[in-house]
Design a binder for this molecule. Structure first.
Ligand SMILES: *Cc1c(COP(=O)(O)O)cnc(C)c1O
Length: 371
């Protein structure tokens, strides 16, 4: 046994994405205590930078000390009480996980399905809201990483509000990569992940809740089943006012990394980062189109940060192609999931990975292995 030295890869799959050397360097700085006043200053800055990235003034905006899936559970566990009706829009893998969360929280899931590769149908969601006047929550995935589809978050949130429902929005792949406006679109609760367009190592989940969501949580008649995720308790740890109390030990060095990655996003400017993702995606599309490779998703709904291409008919062993990309070119891309397994590849352009040199490297590697 000896120290682990990872191979040098270019990460162009569905996450994690390439981590900038600046972020890795920040992560290697000396660990301090999580109740150290200096760490408290860092926590406050992280919350401020997250508000910038989410475009929100929400006080309750902080990073959950666990991956995106834990941010998901934090939203569902806190907002759902036994018997609550929750409308869940499913158009890919992560929507199905939302359904599972509702059921495990004791809620009643009303599932609205759309074809994988298509956005959530706003009309179907509206019909479901009309048919279920007693529904409490509308949940959907803003950017489905399993298919590369963006749904109309603004329209869905406006509908939910018109029907007096709260929203739970999965923005794990959206944050920092494509337009997202928590306050402007009146999103009630939202969760994301560190390892997609923020280009931070995996393991942290930024979340944000507005006053309407907090009110529902405060008015619960039963305690949140998960002690770790109970926001009533977590708030005392992440809320600086009145002195912080010990809840759990934050992953100190991971927070250095998150802070640095958010700082990089702030320096570039959120809107500039969105434009860069769109531009790189367009370059990639032109390259793939020139090679005769087709896309799964209508450009109108396609996510710039996750490009789903259809595996050409003449490829009989798609896993062998991915292995060749990894072994010969150190390039990681994603396979298709569920119904799309064996039919598509998913090429990520997330955060630090969304650079021209990566686009060129990817296209050259595909040309080499497909011949
Ligand atoms: C990656 C992802 C998740 C899960 O995040 P983890 O950090 O892997 O737990 C949830 N939703 C979407 C849309 C994702 O892309």
């Amino acid at each position: 046994m000896h120290s682990f030295n990872p191979p040098k890869r270019t990460l162009m799959g569905p996450g994690p994405s390439d981590v900038s050397p600046r972020v890795l360097e920040a992560m290697a700085r000396p660990t301090i205590g999580h109740l150290d006043p200096a760490f408290q200053t860092l926590m406050d800055e992280i919350k401020e930078l997250l508000r910038y990235a989410f475009k929100t003034e929400n006080k309750l905006t902080f990073p959950v000390s666990a991956p995106g899936s834990a941010g998901m559970e934090t939203c569902f566990a806190n907002l759902i009480e036994h018997g609550d009706k929750v409308i869940v829009c499913v158009n890919g893998v992560f929507g199905t996980r939302m359904v599972e969360n509702v059921v495990r929280c004791g809620g009643e899931a009303i599932v609205i399905e759309d074809e994988w590769g298509k956005p959530v149908s706003v009309d179907k969601a509206e019909q479901a809201l009309k048919d279920n006047g007693d529904a409490k929550i509308l949940a959907f995935v803003a950017a489905e990483t399993s298919t590369g589809v963006a749904s109309d978050t603004k329209a869905l949130c406006a509908l939910a509000r018109a029907h007096d429902c709260l929203t739970i929005v999965d923005a794990v792949t959206s944050l920092g990569g494509s337009p997202l406006d928590v306050d402007g679109w009146e999103i009630d609760s939202i969760y994301s992940g560190s390892q997609k367009c923020l280009s931070c190592p995996p393991g942290i989940s930024p979340v944000s809740f507005n006053e309407r969501a907090i009110e529902k949580i405060k008015n619960r008649t039963t305690p949140v089943q998960s002690w770790f995720m109970d926001l009533n308790l977590v708030m005392g740890y992440w809320d600086g006012t009145g002195g912080r109390s010990y809840h759990h030990t934050a992953p100190v060095n991971a927070m250095y990394a998150l802070h640095e990655s958010l700082l990089i996003l702030h320096e570039e400017g959120l809107e500039n980062a969105w434009s860069r993702h769109a531009e790189m995606s367009q370059k990639l599309r032109e390259g793939f189109n020139a090679m005769g490779i087709k896309y799964l998703v209508d450009p109108q709904y396609a996510l710039p940060q996750l490009n789903t291409i259809i595996i050409p008919d003449h490829i009989t062993d798609e896993a062998a192609i991915r292995a060749k990309l990894l072994n010969d070119h150190n390039l990681e891309i994603g396979a298709g999931l569920g119904a799309l397994a064996g039919k598509v590849w998913r090429v990520g352009l997330m955060g630090h990975s969304a650079r021209e040199e990566n686009v060129n490297k990817c296209l050259a590697a595909f040309k080499a292995v497909m011949n």
